[in-house]
Write a protein of this length. Structure first.
Length: 358
């Protein structure tokens, strides 16, 4: 196995050494002359690293965006899911959202709920709970369309096709070594592409710390007319774009848990900007191992006479204080300033110390 010199990380691991959590079954090797090996010291669960999820490899899948603005498959979803939503009058919806937007008094504090009860309440508030039911058993098609070598490992470009929301592009940054690796589902902000998480937000440096990072390349995420069209269409259908975004992150988690080189119980979620706002909700609904975030939102992000962003949902807005309350979160969370101005080191310290237990 190739050894990588990671400045500062070996000192971190030495300082944080101790009894790890129950899932860290592998023994730590002796110090290889000051250089950490290119994977954390964890082992697969007793039943193996491949989770019981329904993913099938395929060929010639449709491209992720059948139209220039990447809205067609979301609009098709609104029609296909019509039986699950209660349509809302467009004028009434606009009046409600604008009233909430201009409300200087805030919203009443949500009730105190235990984690599982809060999860159920948030699933209900997304108006897309039917997507989360049976997610692991539902067929997901996957095609590897390109593999590119990199200094830190491999970059795999994937297309996945879901029966509800169509084709998505995801990009896997895979470390060198055999694994099992812990995993990160990564979500860019509005107006960004997958490579922003790799280059601008330190994904390439986090993968050097032996994290397999699966980036969801966003569709209809430009804070523009296309995103507004999808947001409003789904809300008018009694659904929510926020719920669909959570579903996309859970599909990425499913892909990572299907791989035999990723530990199925060690998949965290990491976002930037609007991707963080959705990640904050995803960690409440999905079984993610941890959260890395640089923004908290109110789930009401609009500009009057301008764009309506995907996280906008009156039902979720009522719960935003509970979503953002880290004291009730039952997994570790790292909240950074916007844009992660401290760089990757605090994130790596959190992932190694709080998540892996080193």
């Amino acid at each position: 196995m190739r050894h990588l010199a990671l400045p500062g990380i070996w000192l971190l691991l030495s300082a944080c050494a101790g009894a790890g959590p129950d899932f860290a079954q592998g023994e730590r090797p002796a110090d290889p002359e000051g250089e950490p090996v290119a994977r954390p010291w964890i082992a697969c669960p007793e039943g193996g690293c491949v989770a019981d999820v329904h993913v099938l490899q395929a060929t010639d899948l449709p491209p992720p965006c059948p139209d220039p603005d990447c809205v067609a498959e979301y609009l098709a979803f609104a029609e296909a899911a019509a039986d699950f939503g209660v349509p809302v009058d467009p004028a009434g919806l606009e009046e409600q959202v604008l009233a909430l937007h201009h409300n200087d008094q805030g919203v009443p504090a949500p009730p105190d709920l235990e984690a599982e009860a809060l999860r159920e309440a948030l699933i209900w508030a997304t108006d897309t709970g039917f997507l989360f039911e049976g997610l692991d058993e539902r067929e997901l098609l996957l095609e590897v369309v390109q593999t590119v070598p990199a200094d830190w490992g491999w970059e795999e470009h994937l297309v996945v096709r879901d029966p509800w929301i169509g084709s998505l592009e995801m990009v896997l940054l895979r470390p060198l070594g055999d694994g099992p690796f812990p995993g990160l589902v990564a979500s860019p902000g509005h107006g960004e592409d997958w490579w922003d998480m790799r280059d601008a937000h330190f994904g390439d440096q986090l993968v050097l710390g032996s994290w397999a990072i699966l980036i969801v390349d966003p569709r209809a995420s430009g804070a523009d007319d296309a995103e507004t069209l999808v947001t409003r269409t789904l809300l008018e259908a009694g659904l929510s774009f926020a719920g669909v975004r959570v579903y996309e992150q859970l599909l990425a988690r499913k892909v990572l848990r299907w791989r035999d080189d990723v530990h199925p119980d060690l998949v965290a979620v990491w976002g930037h900007s609007g991707g963080s706002v959705i990640a904050n909700l995803s960690v409440r609904i999905g079984d993610f191992a941890a959260l890395v975030s640089d923004l908290q939102g109110e789930y009401l992000n609009i500009i009057p006479d301008g764009p309506w962003l995907d996280e906008t949902s009156p039902a979720l807005h009522a719960w935003h204080a509970a979503i953002n309350d880290r004291s009730t979160l039952d997994v570790p969370a790292w909240d950074d300033d916007y844009g992660y101005p401290q760089g990757p080191d605090p994130i790596r310290a959190f992932l190694y110390g709080d998540v892996l237990g080193f």
